[in-house]
Design a protein around this ligand. Structure first.
Ligand code: PLP
Length: 564
């Protein structure tokens, strides 16, 4: 079963979450979606890669929203044997002085062209383990910090051992975020200087050798996104896997900082957009941090009517999405509008089915869907309800929202409640729907079916953002704060519109800027100059989809990080 994959050396891509397909709930948001798109592009471009993640049998969670707008969380169990094949190998790691056995499942990610990529899902729910140990790989981002550290030991150290046990030859390791940084510790254990070569007091580990093998992508300037563990906990969990002096030298004196560990063990480090790399350089002075702006998978994030359109007018676009640069000249306005009308009708049907709200296909729809967390400011649009109503009185519009809050994020959950209150406040003036249980399928329906995609993060906390890139593949312009990818993607009035300026520190007047743009520029263009509007739709495809895709991103990782 593994034969076809182990004959050539591969890039080992480690990620705590990967969005493999909609039926497999092993992702929570942008990080997992990006990991999935990375592997999909590697498949299309036939870059030999093997991905390693946790099986997360109970998923992230399934979201229900009650009549008061409160989020209710249900486990989202999936059955690995339905989608994957069990692997023969078993490996062990030591946690809290106990031996924890790890088995694995093989998922084969099939590109829509011809590539295939193996994905290994690590699983501790095996007979050899007892009690809580069987649940280490059950809950994505669940449990306390001790649980998280166990997961990261299984992912990083267990993952490296599993690849070896299965016979993979690894050319380079890639840590997608710091969760997998303990893979570096496992490699240090493998590459030690022979005793006779050591000078007294010098570390036994061949750190330069490990650095040559490792690459690290950091994904967020939000503090909570960087795992830190106390050395008490670390020593209890890791035992003598690595000596504490070396660990402190690599991961920080005060606490085991997974980002530091990854930075110190990786020769190649990058942020996920130009601004994010700048911010990361300030956060972590002294490191050489490259920037590779994220992208989304061309085929996976394009709705059917647009796939048909691009196939007809720009054949080969799936392999070379750069061809979309010609969309503005090669596709006529009526064809674009017709594809949009179809995608919009699909969304309208879905909205009615999921929450009974009936939307009007003749009126513009504003879309916003994200992880519901404070810095994304999902409620910025509702800062001044009267102003919003007045804008809609002149030129009516509708709103569709979606998104989950992390079960431990009380502020995020209150945000969902507040959005539901706003929906009641706006009843009769602005039709509004909140689709429960945001997932890949809802995301595609929304980014292709709305007329305008909104993003309102607090600068500079949106490292990249990717849903706006998905919108671009479907000719949907963005109206967004200048942060993350949008600093690079926004050409005012050509690919969409900016909210506020691009100064890192401003943010106070964003709601006014948002209202002004809607009232004075965007809605008038939509209602009074349809061909001008379609011009912007074409601008988003030709200027943004042609660039902000994961094929370009994968080609850059390959030539700049993997081959060096
Ligand atoms: C694309 C996507 C995200 C990430 O969107 P951002 O704009 O980066 O916040 C999160 N969840 C799902 C289901 C997605 O499809």
């Amino acid at each position: 079963m593994l034969e076809e994959f182990i004959h050539e050396p591969r890039i080992a891509y480690f990620s705590m979450e990967i969005a493999l397909r909609n039926e497999i709930p092993t992702y929570s948001g942008g990080l997992g979606i990006l990991a999935g798109d990375t592997i999909r592009s590697a498949a299309d471009l036939e870059v030999p890669l093997v991905a390693v993640t946790l099986v997360s049998r109970a998923g992230y969670f399934r979201q229900e929203i009650d009549a008061k707008g409160r989020q209710i969380e249900h486990p989202d169990h999936w059955e690995p044997s339905r989608w994957t094949a069990p692997l023969e190998a078993k490996v062990a790691v030591t946690i809290e002085r106990r031996t924890i056995w790890i088995s694995g499942w093989l998922y084969i990610l099939e590109g829509h062209m011809n590539g295939r990529q193996p994905v290994i899902l690590l699983d501790t729910d095996v007979d050899e383990n007892h009690g809580d140990d069987r649940r280490i790989t059950h809950y994505l981002y669940g449990g306390d910090e001790s649980y998280r550290l166990k997961q990261e030991i299984v992912l990083g150290m267990g993952g490296v051992r599993m690849l070896q046990a299965l016979g993979f030859k690894v050319r380079q390791y890639h840590m997608n975020e710091g969760h997998s940084a303990l893979l570096g510790v496992e490699l240090l254990r493998r590459y030690v200087y022979p005793k006779e070569d050591r000078r007294p007091g010098e570390t036994a580990y061949d750190i330069p050798r490990v650095r040559e093998l490792c690459n690290f992508t950091t994904h967020t300037p939000v503090e909570a996104g960087h795992d830190r563990f106390s050395y008490d906990l670390a020593q209890r969990s890791l035992g003598d896997a690595i000596d504490i002096t070396t660990l402190k030298h690599l991961a920080g004196n005060d606490s085991l900082n997974m980002t530091r560990l990854a930075l110190n063990l990786s020769e190649y480090v990058n942020g996920v957009a130009k601004r994010h790399a700048e911010v990361s350089r300030k956060m972590f002075p002294g490191y050489h941090i490259h920037s590779v702006t994220n992208g989304v998978h061309p085929f996976g994030w394009t709705a059917k009517p647009y796939i048909a359109l691009y196939n007809k007018h720009l054949p080969g676009w799936c392999h070379e999405p750069d061809l979309l640069v010609r969309a503005d000249c090669c596709i006529n306005d009526d064809a674009i509008w017709e594809a949009h009308r179809q995608a919009k009708n699909e969304l309208i049907e879905k909205v009615e089915m999921l929450c009974g709200v009936i939307l009007d296909p003749e009126l513009p729809i504003l879309g916003f869907a994200r992880r519901m967390t404070a810095y994304k400011r999902a409620d910025l649009l509702f800062t001044d309800i009267e102003r919003l109503k007045n804008i809609a009185k002149q030129r009516p519009f509708q709103i569709v929202l979606s998104g989950k809050a992390h079960p431990g994020d009380q502020e995020g959950k209150r945000l969902i409640e507040r959005l539901h209150e706003h929906r009641r406040d706006l009843a009769g003036s602005i039709p509004m729907a909140y689709l429960p249980n945001y997932d890949m399928e809802i995301a595609l329906a929304m980014v292709s079916g709305v007329d305008l995609w909104l993003n309102t993060p607090l600068r500079p906390l949106e490292a990249s953002g990717t849903s706006g890139m998905k919108a671009a593949f479907n000719g949907v312009p963005n109206l967004s704060v200048l942060d993350g990818w949008w600093i690079e993607g926004c050409i005012e009035g050509i690919t969409g519109w900016a909210i506020g300026g691009d100064d890192e520190t401003v943010g106070g007047d964003d709601s006014q800027s948002l209202y002004n743009k809607l009232e004075q520029i965007i809605l008038p263009l939509y209602f009074e100059n349809r061909s001008g509007w379609i011009g912007v739709m074409k601008g988003t495809i030709s200027k943004n989809a042609s660039f902000f895709n994961s094929h370009r991103m994968m080609r850059r990782y390959t030539t700049e990080a993997y081959i060096r």
